[in-house]
Design a protein around this ligand. Structure first.
Ligand code: FAD
Ligand code: SF4
Length: 470
């Protein structure tokens, strides 16, 4: 163990892990950060002030025991750190990689006051990656098995969070997903330069050993019916995500060369993972002038995938300023470094072209006077029209709920924006209007984050355990 140094944060500055060189990183679909060495992670973890009332824990949606596991890392107790980390999070090594830490745990760190926040995300990733490499596995020896089983629809973060809590409480989870691998958007959405897919296949093996059964390539509503699930299982959890693409509502969106963000990203992943069914599904932007519309995580992933596909140029048009971008700041920095050009305060009004896209007409916006809620809305600057030349346009305006046609038949109510009504604060957390059916993640809260989906899945599992009285 190390000697305690309460002034470590002064002696040692915040240091993120090294990134791979720009030259190789711009062509590779592999993670760009190198792992911490043992010495580095101990030094960084030891910077934690062990605040009495840690804001980072409150701000983390799953309320990780952050200062406690940072201390265990700095003392070299990786297995204990892994055990503790898994008490609150079902996929800590994933969250460590993809959470927008600047808005969550690290944004709340006391050391932001001029010293630089503790690198919480990278420490969290280190714990699980290292523990697994050393042979650690979640301890299931004390689990007392019940005779209950629960069907879970969707192997995304919400479904996985739910299955993790159920199996640790002796309830058998059977997870159905229409895709050939677990992870939902973690596998078929988020690109490999943020999260390598071996992380999920390793997780599938660990979860399977823990007692979770995965039935992949199985779509509920097509290959198996909801009625079958309701008949054969004690409860059903739905974590099916949101998959309706938002449109801009302006002319030209139907032109050849305009694509929704997700099909572009998924086709790229499918090719890299060998899941491609038809080569015609692949959308190549090699040698093209690409314009990406939007400013969130999905837009950033389109930008950086286009760079790796060797587009001639990549321009990202966003209607607000950089400060108000919704995604992770870290990924905007990475996109800039890799050669993406950003044009801020630009609102697209038309995609122009003769049958085929030739450019995007944008207008400049500026923030207007505050409205009745005090929010300054973007206003168009008159005479500011400009055409940004493009061969390919990728539209990343976000997602809306995509309720299944069979919800109504089974008494599962949706609210006025299409989200599933699942009551968080009732006796049985996240129960829907069908008492036997629970739901969580993007399909309940609207498209959000990996960590919030995990949290809702875990909370819903508590609701299911109470409902089943086990
Ligand atoms: P999903 O991950 O969408 O999983 C739903 C699963 O349900 C899917 O596997 C689907 O196949 C399955 N399913 C649906 N219907 C059926 C059916 N009928 N039968 C069987 N299976 C079914 N969040 C972050 O925190 N950080 C990021 O960096 C980040 N980047 C993102 C990048 C992109 C491109 C996108 C699109 C999202 C990103 N997000 C990010 C958001 C995050 O991925 C989602 O909020 C999260 O995955 C939601 O989890 P979920 O379990 O609710 O749904
Ligand atoms: Fe931070 Fe996300 Fe980990 Fe919570 S889960 S500590 S918010 S990186």
């Amino acid at each position: 163990a190390r000697l305690s140094n309460h002034f470590q944060f002064i002696d040692v500055g915040r240091q993120d892990p090294a990134k791979k060189s720009l030259k190789t990183r711009k062509h590779e679909f592999v993670e760009i950060y190198k792992p911490y060495t043992e010495e580095e992670v101990k030094d960084q973890s030891h910077r934690c002030l062990e605040c009495g009332n840690p804001y980072c824990e409150w701000k983390c949606p799953v309320h990780n025991f952050i200062p406690n596991w940072l201390k265990l890392i700095s003392e070299g107790n990786i297995f204990e750190a892994a055990e503790l980390s898994h008490q609150t999070n079902s996929l800590p090594e994933v969250c460590g990689r993809v959470c927008p830490q600047d808005r969550l745990c690290e944004g709340a760190c006391t050391l932001n006051d001029g010293f630089g926040a503790v690198t919480i995300g990278n420490a969290e990733k280190y714990i699980t990656d290292t523990a697994f490499a050393m042979g650690w596995k979640p301890d299931m020896s004390k689990v007392v098995w019940t005779d209950k089983k629960v069907a879970i629809i969707g192997a995304g973060p919400a479904g996985i969070g739910c299955a993790d809590i159920l199996v640790r409480n002796g309830v058998k989870p059977v997870v159905f997903d229409k895709y050939p691998e677990i992870g939902g958007l973690l596998t078929f959405g988020i690109p490999e330069f943020k999260l390598e897919k071996s992380v999920l296949s390793r997780r599938r093996e660990i979860f399977t050993e823990m007692g979770i059964e995965f039935r992949l390539n199985t779509e509920v509503g097509k290959d198996i019916s909801m009625a079958d699930l309701l008949r054969d299982y004690d409860a059903v959890f739905m974590g099916m995500g949101t998959y309706k693409y938002m449109k801009g509502g302006f002319p030209g969106e139907e032109l050849e060369g305009v694509y929704d963000a997700l099909p572009f990203l998924v086709a790229n992943v499918n090719r890299n993972l060998g899941f491609e069914k038809d080569p015609a599904d692949f959308i190549s932007v090699a040698g093209k002038r690409v314009v990406v519309l939007g400013g969130g995580d999905t837009a950033m992933d389109c930008n950086r995938t286009s760079i790796r596909q060797q587009a001639a140029s990549v321009t990202c048009a966003y209607r607000r300023d950089e400060e108000n971008m919704p995604g992770s700041k870290r990924e905007v920095v990475n996109a800039k470094q890799e050669g993406v050009k950003f044009i801020f305060n630009r609102q697209p009004v038309e995609i122009v072209g003769d049958g085929k896209v030739e450019g995007v007409k944008v207008v400049t916006t500026q923030l207007g006077a505050p409205d009745e809620n005090g929010r300054r809305r973007p206003e168009v600057v008159s005479g500011s029209e400009q055409i940004v030349p493009a061969d390919t346009v990728l539209v990343a305006f976000g997602f809306q709920p995509s309720p299944a046609p069979w919800f109504e038949e089974h008494g599962i109510k949706i609210n006025n924006w299409g989200g599933v009504d699942a009551a968080e604060h009732q006796t049985y957390k996240f129960q829907t209007s069908n008492p036997k059916v629970f739901a969580g993640g993007d399909m309940v809260r609207g498209s959000d984050l990996v960590v919030t989906a995990i949290w809702e899945g875990r909370e819903a599992a508590q609701g299911i355990l109470d409902y089943l009285d086990v």
